[in-house]
Design a protein around this ligand. Structure first.
Ligand SMILES: [Ca+2]
Length: 266
């Protein structure tokens, strides 16, 4: 007696309760670009490729798709909203894939770090769905927001940029103004007083620690000094540093060793 009753109940429910069921479309590509963004000083855009399907038995109302960055693998409406798209009514069994335009992200909109990226279909709950709990898609890969360990524009010495120390004297590396397009390129200099009892040609070699990476060069200007006490300027330039290994506030970490070589000129 019990079994037929349950069957009838289920049947009645299906016919009177035919609703849309929007889901992330599993057969679509879900991805985002770029994978690394720098929001330290300028806006940067991000775009998404995604898909939606209505696997319910009724058309949907219009709805929105929201894209999020999350510090954990669970995408929710309280994560960082990266952008949203309005969609029209979706028929039963209709599916589609799209590539969004570029959503601008403002400087500081996301703290530096590594994020999961995903989307929520009908993120504003405009559609009455038969299943409301299957609307989240998580994309593969991570979004990296680079850290901003760079000078704040008030001059060196505030400890926010990488420091180079030589002979007990430290000097900061600042973003290189001659390479505006190349983020993470830094340059710095320090005056050195050197005493020589011969005339010498100076050269410098930089050995960075592996974590900071990058391509480092160092030179002296003037490069030929002596004999006697002379002043020269040591320049250090580093391209493509990976400052993400050093969160904001990190201080006192040795990032490179500078060695100066003297070759006597006869
Ligand atoms: Ca759904």
């Amino acid at each position: 007696m019990r079994q037929p009753e349950e069957t009838r109940t289920a049947g009645a429910r299906a016919s009177s309760d035919c609703r849309a069921d929007l889901v992330p479309y599993l057969s679509a590509v879900w991805t985002f670009s770029p994978r690394t963004i720098d929001l330290c000083a300028f806006s940067e855009g991000i775009s998404f490729t995604y898909g939606v399907k209505n696997q319910g038995c009724a058309p949907s109302d219009s709805y929105s798709v929201c894209f999020y960055a999350s510090t954990d693998a669970t995408i929710t409406r309280s994560d960082y909203l990266l952008g949203s798209i309005s969609k029209d009514v979706f028929a039963p069994d209709e599916s589609g894939t799209w590539i969004t335009g570029s959503f601008p992200l403002d400087p500081g909109q996301l703290p530096p770090g590594s994020y999961y990226v995903g989307f929520i279909v009908d993120c504003q709950n405009q559609v009455q769905e038969s299943v409301e709990t299957n609307n989240v898609g998580v994309m593969s890969g991570r979004l990296t927001v680079v850290s901003c360990d760079e000078d704040d524009g008030h001059g060196g010495g505030d400890g926010s940029g990488p420091l180079i120390c030589i002979g007990g004297e430290c000097f900061p590396l600042d973003p290189d103004p001659s390479a505006p397009g190349a983020s993470h390129t830094y340059i710095g200099s320090v005056e050195l007083e050197i005493e020589l009892n011969f005339r010498a040609r100076l050269s410098a070699e930089v050995t960075p620690i592996p974590e900071i990476g990058g391509t480092w060069t160092a030179w002296l200007d003037p490069a030929e000094i002596g004999p006697g006490t002379a002043t020269t300027t040591l320049w250090v330039r580093a391209e493509n540093l990976d400052l993400s290994a050093f969160p904001g506030g990190t201080t006192g970490v040795q990032v490179a060793t500078v060695t100066i070589f003297y070759v006597p000129i006869f």
